[in-house]
Design a protein around this ligand. Sequence first.
Ligand code: SF4
Ligand code: SF4
Length: 287
Amino acid sequence: MSIPLATAASGLVTDVIEFSAVDGPGNRFVVFLQGCNFDCLACHNPYTINPCIDCGICLDACTTGALTMVDDRVVWTESLCTGTDACIVACPYDSTPKARPQAVAELMTQIRRAAGFISGVTVSGGEATQQAGFVQALFTAVKAEFPHLTCFVDSNGAAEPAIWDELDDVMDAAMIDLKCLDDALHVKLTGKSNQQVLDSIRLLAERGKLYEVRLLLMAGLNDSDQFLTNTARWLAAIDPTMRLKVIGYRAHGVRPSAVPLVEPTPAQRDHYATILSAESPFDLLLI
Ligand code: SF4
Ligand code: SF4
């Protein structure tokens, strides 16, 4: 999927957070990009999956005049927005009218304000690697002006090696989601094969650029002891002490699904850690 309006100099940006403690090491400036090549059943931000097609359906949901149609394009006026996200709820296309093209220079103005208080910049999504040229240009600008800031990508891992090559010079590391080691179940959960994800994890680990792998576990779906053991063995063969973040599924923000998605109990979460740790001395974080 190509992202309309995304170029090296300008990306289709959903949102920005100036300070985040959960998107990589330290305190980070986070840029969320619009558009994703997966369609995960358990996506917590499904409005980031597709670029807006300017259908206008969400205009009636906005009661403050923040959304208008100008030359067949939906325009969002931030100063009039009260943040109810009624537009996002009304959108039938997993999109948002609030995503907008932002230039590297525009983001750098914001990063400059935060630079004294952060340890780095993370680009997330959606799927960050869908706009790799823009990410590369942004990281290049960050490194040129603030060499002490680290540049991280938060990714579903479904990216060609050529994309990691393109980012290699300016990306310090990536955090990769492994939705499921079993490919058939991965297709059911995300709509796509996991082959590129597995290849990305291997490649980034070889290059010393894999910050962490994240497992999102749903009770009764991808959390069997056998599944966890297989996953732990596969990951341990790459790096037996890798940083592994185990995330218990939470229903908040997720779309209705034909496949039952169940939150694990605290006891089940603890059990995941026990099974995974039994296979390898991972640097394990349970959330
Ligand atoms: S990869 Fe992430 S953004 Fe894309 S659909 Fe899956 S959970 Fe959502
Ligand atoms: S955000 Fe959704 S409903 Fe609104 S114009 Fe875009 S595609 Fe249509």
